[in-house]
Design a protein around this ligand. Structure first.
Ligand SMILES: Nc1nc2c(ncn2[C@@H]2O[C@H](COP(=O)(O)OP(=O)(O)OP(=O)(O)O)[C@@H](O)[C@H]2O)c(=O)[nH]1
Ligand SMILES: [Mg+2]
Length: 194
């Protein structure tokens, strides 16, 4: 069951600031999947959870704006990776917890988000499949922004290495969990069912 009260305190960061190289350089969040831009599916999922829906994007701001309460851009403009978006989101988030999701995973469902949110506390909560962390599906306490800033300034660019030091709590999912499908290429985008 969704727990709206627990979620009222949560910011949401949708990561859509990548280069989209495997999509031929297209802005992945704006690509259509089953009739709507990918970002619209994530927006629909996340909208009921938060009054602070943040989108990390580095272009096409006017097209993302209708799906967000705030837009953030990476400080550097050379696509340093998703940790850059998490860093910008952490700096802007208005609540003590920030749920992070990538724009290209439209099959994530409310039950998975609930599983992350139900463990909210002082440590990161991160999806894990078998032995593999899925660092872009996570819940981060925003008090970690200073820790993240220090890590970033010392050259860290890997979300997994960053939170790996912070004793993350795992939300375990099966290796073949369809909810975690990442639509990274035109072929996968075209052939993935709803
Ligand atoms: N803010 C920000 N987000 C990024 C960056 N690189 C990747 N992301 C996001 O992180 C998530 C996972 O990245 P990928 O699936 O590799 O997406 P991508 O980098 O756009 O695609 P490729 O260029 O094909 O690797 C996606 O939601 C991206 O939008 C970046 O440099 N900045
Ligand atoms: Mg990438």
């Amino acid at each position: 069951m969704p727990t709206p009260n627990a979620l009222a305190n949560c910011s949401v960061l949708l990561l859509s600031g990548g280069r989209g190289q495997r999509m031929g350089g297209q802005d992945k969040g704006l690509l259509h999947w089953h009739g709507r831009p990918l970002i619209a599916w994530l927006h629909e999922l996340a909208r009921p959870l938060s009054d602070d829906l943040i989108i990390s994007c580095n272009r096409n701001n006017e097209r993302y704006a209708p799906y967000a309460d705030q837009l953030v851009a990476d400080q550097e403009q050379d696509f340093q990776g998703p940790l850059a978006g998490i860093r910008a989101g952490m700096a802007a988030a208005r609540h003590p917890q920030m749920l992070v999701l990538p724009c290209d995973a439209p099959l994530v469902d409310a039950a998975l988000l609930d599983a992350l949110l139900s463990q909210a506390g002082s440590r990161p909560v991160v999806v894990r499949q078998g032995a593999y962390w899925q660092p872009l599906f996570c819940l981060l306490p925003t008090h970690l922004r200073d820790d993240l800033e220090r890590a970033w300034q010392s050259g860290e660019r890997s979300p997994q290495r960053w939170f790996g030091r912070l004793d993350p709590i795992a939300v375990d999912c099966p290796l073949d969990d369809p909810r975690l499908a990442n639509l990274n290429t035109p072929e996968i985008l075209a052939t993935t069912a709803r």
